[in-house]
Design a protein around this ligand. Structure first.
Ligand SMILES: [Zn+2]
Length: 282
């Protein structure tokens, strides 16, 4: 089985920023640093985009697409965690994506992993080929989940009418189920995180998770994020670009080939992978 890695970027307004700016795109220092890391390692970026941003940020996205290998995928229409995969969100995001790209979207990622059975049903009805929303881990709190029963590798969700899609869970470090995300590398610090990576390893198919705010969280002014969450997200903020590069270097050393999520989906489509009946989703 080929070792394939996807770099994913969830394109959404900076977390906790009332002005809803996206500094990764606006700040030329951030922007150029990001572009240079992507190109240095010839990686490909799949950008799960909140589709109502196409209107305001369309030109900036198009500019980014001239600088790095970039494909768009869908990260809901409005990024409302209380309405992450409703029929409206699925249909509106599909429409906005099609208007902007001229293509039909094949992939969806629900805000903060809040996919559910009904949402998967809407994706099946709307001919989506994959979903990439399940955290195979545990998170406490209002938007918490406990998904240790979920696979850490791609699986198929199949409905009785024969329709199916591939679910790409967020990749976790094997056994310990810590997500392969820039935010987690920053939380643990590279010393510990890299030790965990080397000790337990990653599966053959990897999706690295990142958000614009991961690269500069502590520098976002007037943040509405407070307390433990602010502390956690602010850790090692100044080292974020370095950590991102180290995560890519780890994949290079482990001989992963970099592909878009759409390419991974087309590859996995023909694999014998675990199948979960949509009717039994929980
Ligand atoms: Zn998001």
């Amino acid at each position: 089985m080929k070792k394939l890695a996807c770099i994913t970027l969830d394109m959404e307004p900076d977390y906790g920023n009332p002005e809803k700016r996206i500094r990764l795109l606006e700040n030329s220092e951030y922007f150029e640093r990001y572009v240079s890391i992507i190109n240095k390692y010839n990686v490909k970026v799949t950008m799960f985009t909140v589709t109502n941003l196409f209107e305001k940020f369309g030109d900036v996205f198009s500019n980014l697409a001239t600088r790095i290998p970039l494909e768009y995928s869908v990260h809901s229409h409005t990024h409302d965690p209380h309405n992450a995969c409703s029929l409206d969100e699925v249909q509106n995001s599909k429409q906005a994506y099609t208007n902007f790209t001229g293509k039909i979207p094949i992939g969806y990622r629900a805000p903060i992993g809040r996919i559910d059975k009904a949402g998967l049903g809407h994706l099946l009805d709307n001919e989506f080929m994959y979903d990439a929303s399940v955290y195979p881990s545990v998170r406490p709190g209002e938007f918490g989940y406990s998904n240790l029963h979920m696979p850490n590798i791609p699986f198929r969700v199949k409905r009785a009418d024969g329709k199916s899609l591939i679910e790409f869970p967020f990749t976790a470090i094997e056994k310990i189920r810590i997500i392969f995300a820039l935010s987690y590398a920053k939380l643990f610090g590279w010393g510990i995180y890299s030790l965990l990576l080397k000790t337990f390893g990653l599966p053959n198919h990897v999706l690295l998770l990142s958000h614009p705010h991961d690269f500069y969280f502590a520098s976002i002014p007037n943040s509405t994020v407070t307390g433990a969450e602010k502390f956690a997200l602010s850790r090692n903020s100044a080292k974020a670009f370095d950590y991102f590069e180290k995560m890519i270097q780890f994949l290079v050393k482990q001989k992963y080939e970099f592909v878009f999520v759409s390419e991974l989906a087309k590859e996995v489509k023909y694999y014998r992978i675990q199948e979960i009946a949509w009717e039994h989703w929980k």
